[in-house]
Ligand binder design. Structure first.
Ligand SMILES: [Zn+2]
Length: 304
């Protein structure tokens, strides 16, 4: 039976409910060459983020997927410390972000080496953190996928095919995603195990095209500036077209930022539960559909 691999160990579907598929506990958006990049005292991160995880739990959110891969300050030891302090499961990725955040070692590594590295984290642990990676996060440039990003994606597709791990890509443009899906298929994996992260940044038409191709469509900046009506319209269009089983909802919020004094001010993981879902209900979406979008879909996507 498929399990959701978390910082607190593997969980089966009966042990989790609503899951947010795109949030952050810890991110550093500076680049690898900045002093102190990706580092913080775990106690400081605990002090800032445990209350946010407690609030998420009180709002009915049972697990968060952490979306920071290598290149944007991924720190599995800190995730584990925060998760254990809160008694709250986080879902950690392997993988590497896009250029210019790709670290030098990954530029130099061959596709085979990247594949072995991802496989090791998906089957074993991230470094010596005791955290097993559940999935693969990567990205591609807005103007087109680069040679290095292609190498990372091919390695990811091979590691995903081997383990069943889902791949999620931060991709702003649908035409770049189209190329990514071609690469995934040519490397022996399937668009059905691929998430278009930030799908809202391109047209509904392209969202529908990629869903028809099998990809997951993630609407993940809810509560982040756009009116709720925008999201409700997109979700209803996907439901009407019969792609409800491929849609996921999240905030892309958090987080402790080592580049800011005291880690900055996190934004709560509660907007969807407290504000958005009641509006989605009022717009005529029934509870069974909401459960599909917020409980069943993210489990099915991330469990393996
Ligand atoms: Zn994000």
């Amino acid at each position: 039976m498929a399990k959701l691999i978390t910082t607190l160990g593997p969980l089966d579907a009966s042990q989790v409910g609503m899951i947010l598929p795109h949030e952050h506990v810890f991110v550093d958006l500076r680049t690898w060459d900045e002093p102190g990049f990706g580092q913080a005292d775990p106690q400081d991160v605990i002090a800032l983020m445990v209350p946010e995880l407690d609030r998420a739990r009180a709002a009915g959110v049972t697990a968060l997927v952490e979306c920071s891969p290598e290149g944007v300050g991924r720190n599995a030891a800190i995730l584990k410390a925060v998760s254990e302090a809160a008694g709250y499961p986080l879902v950690a990725p392997t993988g590497i972000y896009r250029e210019p955040w790709v670290p030098p070692w990954a530029h130099q590594a061959s596709e085979d080496e990247l594949y072995e590295w991802m496989l090791g984290e998906l089957r074993g642990e991230i470094g010596e953190s005791g955290v097993q990676a559940a999935w693969i996060k990567l990205s591609a440039g807005d103007d087109g996928i680069t040679e290095t990003e292609t190498k990372i994606l091919r390695a990811a597709a091979r590691a995903g095919a081997e383990t069943g791990a889902i791949i999620g890509s931060h991709t702003a443009r649908g035409r770049v995603l189209r190329d990514q899906l071609d690469i995934v298929e040519s490397a022996g994996y399937t668009p059905q195990r691929f998430i278009w992260i930030h799908a809202q940044n391109d047209t509904l038409e392209l969202n529908l095209e990629m869903a028809a191709h099998g990809a997951w469509i993630e609407y993940d900046a809810i509560g982040g500036g756009r009116e709720d009506a925008f999201w409700i319209e997109r979700i209803q269009a996907m439901l009407d077209a019969g792609y409800g089983e491929q849609v996921m909802l999240s905030h892309d919020r958090g987080w402790y930022d080592p580049g800011k004094p005291g880690g900055g001010t996190p934004r709560p993981f509660t907007y969807i539960s407290e504000q958005f879902l009641p509006r989605l209900t009022a717009a005529g979406v029934d509870q069974a559909t909401i459960d599909m979008l917020t409980v069943d879909n993210p489990f099915r996507a991330f469990a393996r």
